[in-house]
Design a protein around this ligand. Structure first.
Ligand SMILES: [Zn+2]
Length: 406
């Protein structure tokens, strides 16, 4: 079978122009030849656009050649070239320069309507997809994917420039950084409408390998990522690099505002207890509560437990240390910091390097237990009764004991 696709254009003057777009030949039917192939679809869209653009431009220039004041034709001085990038390929456009009409006293002698019309040289849709994909994967993968599904030649630098322009524009749209984001007084908060369900925000930091140009070993940098949960609502995520981002608190505030945060609404921040993460949460809302994320407590306990599991069963201390760790976990799970710290203290005496019992990784465990004491002690104000939260909290997902929030 042979198929031919044509485009029929009807101009403003009711002229009908028919142009062939693509010829398709098909032999025996197979799963690969049923319907259109990707290559044919690319040819189809690219050729259709080329033909459409020719007539669109013709009409545009015809109407723009006429002087808007006296309706006389303006003469063409010369032509320039414009390359316009779209999802369906590059359009190479001839852009006429018109002599200004003698009836007007314009500052410039010539006028290029197409230059005036196309202020950007990338179509909005291509710009959108380039920026969106480049925000989700590498510039190289974005380029490859664009070329695979669209009839275009993408290059990394234009994808990069486009993504950066979009990022700069978004950056300029958000307000200035501030320390306080709480506006108003208690009386005003009380008058606000009844708030929606409480928000739970989890924030965590991590280190990522840095790269500068071709140097793949340019050290490390810290990335902070977070997730905001609300019952029956879409989960929102955010992330930034502390050393580069100068508006991180504003970014978090805008995201919460976008989720409908009101000053009379409860909001719980979960974090690992790091100072820079906690500073970020301060003065965000008068109803804010700051909680040490259970995940970070249990993670440290698990590491300590792994060491004890490795000990020989003949080790007399094994069961005792295990029981201690279990008690610490139980106390903290129920929010009893005082009792938990007592158990941690007992454990440090038991593991003291000066006492006679020697076994694998005893010093390592001793160090971890000491660090854990400081960690719990300095975060004691942020430890809650996780058991209660887990059973009664509306934000169950965030307080699930076994899963990290990320
Ligand atoms: Zn005129």
């Amino acid at each position: 079978m042979k198929a031919k696709v044509q485009i029929v254009i009807e101009t403003e003057q009711h002229d009908i122009i028919t142009t062939d777009i693509i010829n398709i030949h098909r032999g025996d039917l197979s799963s690969a030849t049923l319907g259109l192939t990707l290559q044919e679809a690319k040819e189809l869209t690219s050729s259709t656009q080329q033909v459409m653009a020719i007539y669109q431009l013709k009409e545009f220039l015809n109407s723009n050649q006429i002087c808007p004041h006296c309706n006389k034709q303006r003469s063409i001085k010369d032509y320039g070239n414009i390359t316009y990038r779209t999802l369906f390929g590059k359009l190479k456009l001839k852009s006429p320069r018109l002599n200004q009409c003698i009836c007007t006293k314009e500052k410039t002698k010539t006028y290029s309507p197409l230059v005036y019309l196309l202020t950007e040289r990338t179509s909005p849709e291509l710009s959108y997809l380039e920026s969106k994909w480049a925000s989700l994967m590498s510039y190289g993968m974005t380029t490859d994917l664009l070329q695979e599904v669209f009839p275009l030649n993408a290059n990394i630098s234009s994808v990069f420039n486009n993504a950066r322009q979009t990022a700069n524009r978004l950056e300029a749209e958000i307000g200035d950084e501030e320390v306080f984001f709480i506006n108003g007084c208690q009386r005003e908060f009380d008058e606000l409408p009844k708030p929606e369900a409480p928000l739970t925000v989890g924030i965590d930091g991590g280190y990522v390998h840095a790269r500068e140009g071709k140097n793949c070993k340019a050290g490390w940098f810290e990335v902070i990522v977070g997730k905001s949960l609300q019952e029956n609502k879409e989960t929102k995520r955010f992330g930034f690099v502390t050393t580069y981002d100068k508006k991180s608190k504003r970014r978090l505030y805008e995201m919460l505002k976008g989720q409908g945060l009101q000053m009379n609404q409860r909001i719980t921040f979960l974090s690992d207890g790091g100072d820079n993460v906690r500073d970020l949460q301060l003065y965000m809302s008068p109803q804010a509560e700051h909680v040490l994320d259970w995940f970070h407590i249990t993670m440290r306990l698990t590491v300590m437990n792994q060491i004890v599991i490795g000990w020989a069963d003949s080790n007399n201390d094994k069961q005792d240390v295990k029981d201690h760790l279990e008690s610490i976990k139980w106390c903290l799970w129920h929010g009893n910091v005082f009792k938990a710290l007592k158990y941690v203290e007992n454990l440090t005496f038991k593991l003291d390097p000066d006492n006679e019992n020697k076994y694998d990784n005893k010093d390592k465990l001793y160090k971890l237990v000491n660090e854990f004491y400081d960690y719990i002690n300095s975060n004691s104000n942020f430890i809650v009764n996780y058991y209660d939260r887990h059973h009664y909290s509306i934000s169950r997902e965030a307080f699930n004991s076994s899963d990290p929030i990320f």
